[in-house]
Write a protein that binds this ligand. Structure first.
Ligand code: PGA
Length: 240
């Protein structure tokens, strides 16, 4: 894993946006694997600014998101579909029919996961997968567990993730208890992976990931199996 230390959140976001923009310029019909959360917000605002300045074209791009709460409506302002619309898709010249997020409203969530895997196969290999990391080392909603799932699947959120995400909801009991998420196998199929981490709260997870050992107790550690992973982080996340 290539580690790039950034002075602060702004520099991390700038570098991440530049890496994504480079992929898009080399391949105008790139497939971007996208993530939600507070970590990539600064990256998205820079991508929007580049698009508005006429420096970056989204017209040929396809996007696939990592995960979505379940159950949740796309109109709910805490849904990941809503997040993507408001942070990126509504502000750039992307074809929204080419933006994919797992279906948080599906009547049959298992079937929705299988359908998502089929969509992923149809759009082709993700050129660059953006990831954040949970305080507990989760990637997407692949939570620490004795065994991890390979494909897109339905999962229960851990208590620690519900607590970490409660800040976005009126109360902890409003946080959905489940999610649909790409599996570790799905994520590791990407051509390249860009993971971002900032702040002291991520330090333990980042340390475990960088130890270079594989453990299902820290799903992010499985990224050590991939040949092209870049970590962009600040000093607090790296423990320096
Ligand atoms: P955050 O979430 O970017 O809001 O810290 C990251 C994650 O839980 O994967």
């Amino acid at each position: 894993m290539k580690v790039i230390l950034c002075n602060d959140y702004e520099e991390m976001s700038e570098k991440a946006a530049r890496m994504v923009a480079d992929v898009m310029r080399q391949k105008p019909d790139a497939v971007l694997g996208l993530a939600t959360g507070s970590t990539p917000e600064g990256m998205y605002s820079r991508l929007v600014a580049m698009n508005r300045a006429g420096e970056l074209d989204f017209s040929g791009v396809t996007t696939v998101n990592l995960d979505e709460y379940y159950p949740i409506s796309p109109e709910n302002d805490q849904s990941y579909r809503y997040f993507m619309n408001t942070h990126l898709f509504d502000h750039v010249n992307i074809d929204k029919t080419r933006t994919f997020v797992p279906d948080g409203m599906a009547s049959d969530p298992e079937a929705a996961c299988a359908a998502y895997e089929e969509t992923l196969r149809q759009v082709g290999q993700v050129d660059i997968q953006i990831l954040g990391i949970g305080q507990n080392g989760h990637i997407g909603f692949n939570e620490p567990a004795e065994a991890l799932e390979v494909p897109t699947h339905v999962t229960a959120l851990t208590e620690s993730t519900i607590k970490a995400n409660a800040r976005f909801f009126a109360s902890e009991s409003d946080v959905p208890t489940h999610a649909l998420t790409m599996g570790m196998g799905t994520i590791l199929r990407a051509k390249s992976i860009l993971i971002m981490a900032n702040g002291q709260a991520k330090q333990a997870a980042v340390r475990t990931m960088l130890e270079g050992k594989l453990t299902t107790g820290c799903p992010a550690s499985l990224l050590n199996l991939h040949a092209d992973v870049t970590l962009l982080c600040d000093r607090a996340a790296l423990g320096q």
